[in-house]
Each structure stands twice: as structure tokens, then as C-alpha cells.
Design a protein around this ligand. Sequence first.
Ligand code: 1HN
Length: 364
Amino acid sequence: MATRRFHAPADPALSNLYADLAERNLQPLWELTGLLTPTPKAWATPYRWRGKELRELGARAGDLVPVDRGGDRRVLSLANPSLGGAPYATPTLWGAVQYLGPAETAPAHRHTPAALRFVLEGEGVWTLVNGDPLHMAAGDLILTPSWTWHEHHNPGTTPMAWFDALDLPLVEALGAVFFERGHEPGAARVTAPRSASESRYGGGPGLLPCDGPSPPAAHSPLLRYPWAATDRALSSRLADEGAEAAGARHAHVRFADPTNGRDVMPTMRCEMHRYLPGHTTPALRRTGSSLVAAFRGTGAVVLDGISYDVAPGDLIAVPSWTSVAYIADEPLDLFTVSDAPVLEALALYREEAAADPPETSLTP
Ligand code: 1HN
């Protein structure tokens, strides 16, 4: 596409200059507006996908589409309508629901975009990450870090669906996407009876192995964060004496690399939030985008003053510098994934309290 041509109708010499600039694919900065905005420009807008609809559409895809079509996965990508038809939930994050029927396998592959799965309901799929068998059940977080081989197996009799998040749009923008297919599906292989990642790094809080190989540097060596541990951590934060005395109605925990406390992967931060009934948080805005997956309970997420009610399975895109507040009707458990580690590494992370705008509308 040719570059944009500027015009100066009152000045023929300047008009000629603009024509010559356009000819050579140059643009005059003094004619460009909107490049440096006082605060981040809202070119992506918030969006909510309904869990009920995702479940139904996933099941229909399960009936109609074999798993080996396109990318080896039966995945419905969250395509934020503000992103011009791209299959992206935010400018940096891919979000999706993936559906795997009984006795189905999504074959091994690896790619440089990092992925994670948060299980919204059901159980029984095994994800192998570099051959390490990780069981998936409701509330579990499973990591498939950049360039690790991964495949999903459903040996059970019921279908399973889960939430996928990847840093694919970011890695694509950086020109760093690589992809490779793995062994043939069905090729005979021996899989360990249990996860080495979990036995080495999931033994208990503060317990690390004294021997054996050093953990990988780029991501958490623990690849599965079981719901029981997350739930226990949230309950104990809320039951903490100090917190109780201060009337805490909200607990949040960050999923961390157990060897150093850093985020689970270099590009994505994962957290679990629990809000008790009647609690409303102050509104906050942050640089970088995030996805919210509603796990249990009901309430609302207020984005730039618009209230989106949430029920289990709902997925919500929160673009950069959107003001966010949460309201719980029942105990509300929300999983969040964001690109915050990238913003922090680049010294671009900012957050500030947002003036609570009045709630303007309740979307259907
Ligand atoms: C992928 O490999 C998975 O392994 C899920 O489950 C979603 C979306 C885009 C590209 C690769 C998976 C994906 C994906």
C-alpha cells in the first residue's frame, strides 16, 4: 500500500513537497496527530464472552469438526470486535476455549508463543509438557511455556473444555513466531506414570529439591498449580487474623515460580482473586492488557464505568488503561492473566486509582 499523501492546498510548493514525500514513502511528523497521547489510546475496547454460549458452541464444534483441522486444536478464539477481525482478545493476548471430546487427542507440537490453560469445569484430560503428564481438573492452572512440546489426551468418556491464554499477538508483533509439529499421533511412546515437575517442585510450600538438575531459567519449573492449593491459599488469606480484623472481603494470590517468586512465565502474570459477597473494589487502571476468566460465583466487573455481570465460564477482555472494579454478589472467584511482566521488564508498568465513574449502563 502506498503511504499516505498530505495536502497543502494553499501552498503549491508545500503541496509539491508532500507529493515527493509520499512518492518516497515518507511522512511529515508535523502533519501527524494522535501519536503521542497524554494517556494510552483506547484502540481496543472491553468485551465479554458468555460462558453459557462458549460451552454450547464448543460442544457443537465437537460434533462437527475433527480435532486435527488447522493448528491441531479444536479452539474457538476470542476475537475482540475492536481489533479489526484479528482472532485476538487484546492487542497482546490470545484467549480461547478449547474442546476435547472423549477418546480424542490433540497431537504434540511446540511454538515460541507461551500458553497456559485454566480449567473452568470438568476433569480427566492429561496434558503432556515435554512428556511430563499433567492432570487437568476444575480450577487447575497448567503451563506450556515457550517452545515446550505439548499435547492433550482425553482418555475418559466425557468431553472437556478449558480456557487457553497465549502471548501470541505479542510474539507475532515482535516477529518471533516459530512452530513445529511433533511425533505422529498414536506413535508408541512411554509416558512417566506421574509428573516429575510436580514431584520435584509441587511437594509443599517452601520445599525445593536439594539434588537433580537445575530448574529452567526462563519459566516456572512447576507446570501444574492444582486448585486445592490455590483454594487453600485464598481461604487462609481471608481467614488471616489481621485481615479478618480489618474486615477483608477480598484475597488475591499470584501464581509464582517456586524457586524465585517470579511470574510463572516471562510474558504472562497469573492471579486468582476471591471477593466476598457485597464487596466492591475501588476502580484501578493499569498499563497492559488482561483477560478475566470467571470460575465460581456471580457478580460484576465494571470497565470504564460500564457494568458487565459475570457468571461461571464468562471471559472478559480488559485493554490497557481501562478502569476496572469488581463487585461480588456471591463469593466470586476470578482467574486473571495479564502481560504485566512485559510492561514491568520494559519499565512501562503504571497503575493508578481511577475516579469511580458512575455506572453508565448494564449490558444485556
Ligand atoms: C495451541 O497450541 C493450543 O496447544 C491452544 O492447546 C491454542 C492457539 C493458537 C496457537 C496455538 C494448545 C492455541 C495454540
